[in-house]
Ligand binder design. Structure first.
Ligand SMILES: [Zn+2]
Length: 294
């Protein structure tokens, strides 16, 4: 079973199903309202909050990750196999998140590892063994719901691969490790967009030279893109997001030049920067579509 992500309404707590058009609506300043209480939702604040709280399912869903629900049955003292590819998940998918929820029966699944335990899911098979949830309960066959969020990006999807790496590093508290992939994701997407757009007007060689030597990433983000967008009457990237992308670029440079960020990155700092990278990528895709170069 495939399940769609949702967020609780900040006003009435009713679930709001996440739709991919919401980010577009946010950029175009079109209102997004709760279907239950009709109050308006700030999509940036909603996503930022879920990233800060490490409820990354929402961020992953924006990165085209999917979530499947698998039901398994634990029998006392018997191991059980969870075969991902028999449950609608491609065998070469990358698992980003798993959550086990046992129903009645008193058993909880423990993942079995080999001689050298992996710290992430490798392959498409997991074996679990049932242990009693508490010491003084009798146990019986227990149904368990397994929620699995996974993604399958091809190798040429540089931006998606890198931003997913960035979020994975963040999810395991490796804040500094998220900086370079997050920056690569946005920088490469922007460079690709501008390269296609400008080379339709001037020569490919001239474009390459301009983007590599004259208008490097900072100028592309802060001058070239806003200029094109304003000339075409399209929506500008909000200043707070552009500011955070500049901060990301600066941190990336500190790591590349000094080996470290000057100050230690906090969880909130990193969450906000990653949220900006996520929105930045979606913005670049939106502008690409509007310019007809995506
Ligand atoms: Zn509501």
């Amino acid at each position: 079973m495939n399940i769609a992500p949702w967020v609780p309404c900040t006003n009435c707590s009713a679930p709001i199903m996440v739709e991919s058009v919401y980010i577009e609506k946010y950029f175009k300043a079109e209102p997004i309202s709760c279907p239950n209480c009709k109050s308006e939702i700030d999509w940036w604040v909603t996503i930022q909050q879920s990233i800060r709280e490490k409820k990354l399912n929402l961020a992953f869903s924006i990165l085209e990750a999917k979530t499947n629900l698998i039901n398994l049955q634990l029998v006392p003292e018997q191991r059980t196999r969870v075969k991902l590819s028999e449950n609608g998940i491609p065998p070469d998918a990358r698992v980003l998140y798993m959550n086990y929820t046992p129903q009645e029966g008193g058993l909880f699944p423990i993942e079995i590892h080999g001689n050298v335990p992996h710290r992430r899911i490798i392959g498409d098979e997991i074996w679990v063994y049932p242990i009693p949830i508490s010491n003084n309960n009798s146990v019986s066959t227990t149904k368990v719901s397994v929620m699995i969020t996974w993604v399958k990006h091809s190798l040429n999807e540089i931006s998606l691969l890198n931003i997913t790496d960035a979020f994975e590093a963040y999810s395991i508290n490796q804040y500094q490790d998220s900086i370079i992939p997050a920056n690569v994701a946005v920088e490469s997407a922007l460079s690709k967009l501008l390269s296609k757009y400008i080379s339709d007007i001037v020569s490919k060689k001239g474009t390459d030279n301009f983007l590599k030597n004259t208008a490097t990433y900072s100028s592309q983000l802060n001058i070239v893109l806003p200029l094109i967008v304003a000339t075409k009457g399209l929506t500008l990237l909000p200043d707070n997001i552009r500011g955070l992308l500049n901060r990301l670029r600066d941190l990336r440079n500190q790591i590349a030049h000094e080996g470290n960020t000057k100050n230690e990155l906090t969880k909130t700092d990193t969450a906000d920067i990653l949220c900006a990278a996520l929105f930045g990528l979606k913005y670049i895709a939106l502008i690409g579509a509007e310019l007809g170069v995506s």
